[in-house]
Design a protein around this ligand. Structure first.
Ligand code: MG
Length: 204
């Protein structure tokens, strides 16, 4: 399986990092070894002093497809959750300055904690009408709403599937709202999708 991530998908977040809002989605991949199951710890990597959380809506692909039309994209997912796109911001800034790829800063071991999946149909809401929050040590740090995505989930699926065949079990991290910030050892991140707590990860 592969983990497809979208960068700069919320205008307020693009602005907080002084990035332009792009005309097509910014896409990068993380390897499978980046995943951390819910409630497992994240071990702070030795190569960074500035790891940031990014809380993101995550979509699980349930059907093989390529060149998927946007109007049929909803048939390719049934379950959603929240995940963290941990980012070594110091390393990413160095790579961006040099015009180099981001993989080392974004795809390292443990950089993709993944929450408990919820069946979208059971929520009786559109995937573009979901509220989510992340608390760091009990304090709300990110408060997002999928209505504010620049590229909707269906648009992302249409775009990405014209380059990569989507396979069952592939994950799409759909980008972070504003409010990103650093973590340190001892921190506890918890995230809620609507009313349901779906993610808990401790930094060690
Ligand atoms: Mg992200």
């Amino acid at each position: 399986m592969k983990i497809i991530c979208v960068g700069r998908n919320y205008e307020a977040h693009a602005k907080e990092l002084n990035n332009a809002v792009e005309e097509s989605p910014v896409i990068f991949l993380k390897p499978e070894t980046a995943l951390i199951p819910n409630k497992q710890p994240f071990f702070y990597p030795s190569f960074s002093n500035d790891v940031h959380y990014e809380t993101e809506l995550v979509v699980k692909i349930c059907k093989l497809g390529k060149h998927i039309d946007e109007k049929f994209a909803h048939r390719y997912y049934k379950e959603i959750t929240l995940g963290i796109d941990f980012t070594a911001r110091d390393l990413q800034s160095q790579l961006k300055t040099k015009g180099l790829p981001w993989e080392l800063a974004k795809g390292f071991d443990g950089s993709a904690p993944l929450g408990k999946f919820i069946v979208l149909e059971s929520m009786q809401k559109s995937i573009q009408d979901l509220h989510f929050q992340m608390k760091l040590n009990g304090e709300i740090k990110q408060d997002g709403h999928s209505a504010n995505m620049i590229f909707s989930v269906d648009k992302i699926i249409a775009f990405v599937s014209s380059y990569f065949t989507l396979k069952i079990g592939d994950l799409i991290y759909t980008g972070t709202p504003a409010g990103v910030g650093p973590v340190k050892k001892g921190d506890h991140l918890e995230a809620w999708l609507e009313e349901e707590k779906v993610l808990s990860v401790k930094v060690k």
